[in-house]
Design a protein around this ligand. Structure first.
Ligand SMILES: Nc1ncnc2c1ncn2[C@@H]1O[C@H](COP(=O)(O)OP(=O)(O)OP(=O)(O)O)[C@@H](O)[C@H]1O
Ligand SMILES: [Mg+2]
Length: 367
């Protein structure tokens, strides 16, 4: 339904030009909740603004519902936008804030009332209709700004960090709320955030950006399990990176030796980019990525030997930070076993679930 091809934005800058968005390609389907995720300055807002028509396109194409946006002026794109700042009119009631756009379009009064009431009900704002924005909580104000975007019945909703002004607890509540509203309206939504947990929690698919480039697009679970690059592995969720030597490769995967001599066959191996390879310590051919829940922790004897430095109870799981004898740095392990959990200071053995580990190989080791 939405197709983005080679989308590029260059801004003039004192150093010549700044490539804010660099040949981005993706498709999003009708009704999808599609999130653009990435660190500050990676080009998320610029991409969204080009889709909305608020920013010119340097190169590439945006096609929505068969219409080439290069030939569709912004006001005819039928897009609803929600921003971090709610930008509500302070002197107008909630009802009037939502109805405002319909009035300026010259819609008949009864129709305005009907549509506005309908959206206010769907967003559970009907009880606040006559209140002024200043008398509402941040979350309620953001709901009003979403109502205002939806009242036009747009065919696509763009949301740029809509929760950034809310406190942590309300952010979690509101993200569920936005997801519920989006499902109820069945509207294709492009959501921008730099919060990976938020992106993973509510998206059908996530597009991970870094420095203007699209790194990976996929379902949250797939990106988590099979990050395409070291950046993706690091940015999404918790990850341990263990240096390893490549002992050989065959159909079963890459045979790796961890420090201390533990052998591991990793089925999924990806090549590191030249810049990423810098992170591999001297003497190693690869970094093995293991998520904290994919490392078993037990009495010393099996696997990597180490000592528990700290533990932290995270809900039902015990997070253990371990110093392994042969591995530099700390290894984070999440244990879900209520019994026999290690205490701080305990000597332990760490075993890796090879089927869920990924290897990132130095470019020369992949040949
Ligand atoms: N109007 C502009 N003129 C010049 N450079 C710009 C302009 N708008 C954005 N940029 C630059 O383009 C790059 C991408 O900016 P953008 O706002 O898209 O990032 P972002 O991913 O939304 O970041 P954040 O998470 O901080 O909002 C940044 O380096 C930014 O400084
Ligand atoms: Mg932004």
């Amino acid at each position: 339904m939405l197709s983005i091809r080679g989308l590029t934005k260059r801004f003039p800058s004192p150093q010549g030009e700044l490539l804010a968005v660099d040949r981005v390609d993706f498709d999003a389907a009708a009704g999808e909740f599609f999130t653009m995720l990435g660190p500050s300055g990676c080009g998320k807002t610029t991409t969204l603004r080009m889709i909305a028509g608020l920013e010119s396109v340097s190169d590439g194409a945006i096609v929505f519902d068969g219409r080439d946006f290069a030939r569709v002026p912004p006001q005819q794109r039928n897009i609803g936008m929600v921003f971090q700042s709610y930008a509500l009119f302070p002197h107008l009631s909630v009802f009037e804030n939502v109805a405002y756009g319909l009035r300026t379009r010259g819609m008949a009064r009864p129709e305005i009332a009907r549509r506005t009431d309908e959206v206010l009900r769907a967003l559970q704002l009907d009880a606040f209709a006559s209140r002024l924005p200043a008398t509402l909580s941040g979350g309620q104000q953001q709901r009003v700004s979403i109502a205002r975007a939806l009242v036009y019945r747009p065919s696509m909703l763009l949301l740029d960090e809509p929760l950034a002004n809310l406190d942590a607890k309300l952010r979690v509540q509101m993200r569920e709320e936005i997801r519920r509203i989006q499902r109820e309206f069945g509207i294709l939504s492009l959501y921008v955030t730099h919060d990976q947990e938020e992106a993973m929690a509510i998206s059908d698919r996530v597009a991970l950006f870094n420095s203007g480039r699209l790194v990976q697009v996929g379902k949250p679970r797939d990106i988590y399990r099979r990050p395409a690059t070291l950046f993706a592995a690091d940015f999404i969720g918790q990850a341990n990176f263990l240096p390893a030597r490549l002992a050989g490769r065959d159909a079963a995967g890459a045979k790796l030796t961890l420090p201390g001599g533990t052998a591991l066959v990793v089925r999924h191996a990806a090549a590191l980019g030249a810049e990423e390879a810098v992170r591999v310590p001297p003497g190693a051919d690869a970094l093995v990525m293991a998520r904290p829940e994919r490392i078993g922790i037990g009495p010393a004897g099996a696997g990597l030997r180490g000592r528990v430095l700290r533990t932290q109870q995270l809900g039902g799981c015990l997070r253990c930070v371990v110093a392994a004898e042969a591995v530099p740095g700390e290894i984070t392990v999440d244990s879900w076993h209520a019994r026999g959990e290690p205490a701080e200071g305990a000597e332990v053995g760490l075993t890796l679930d090879a089927a869920e580990c990924l290897a990132f190989l130095r470019p020369e080791a992949t040949a």
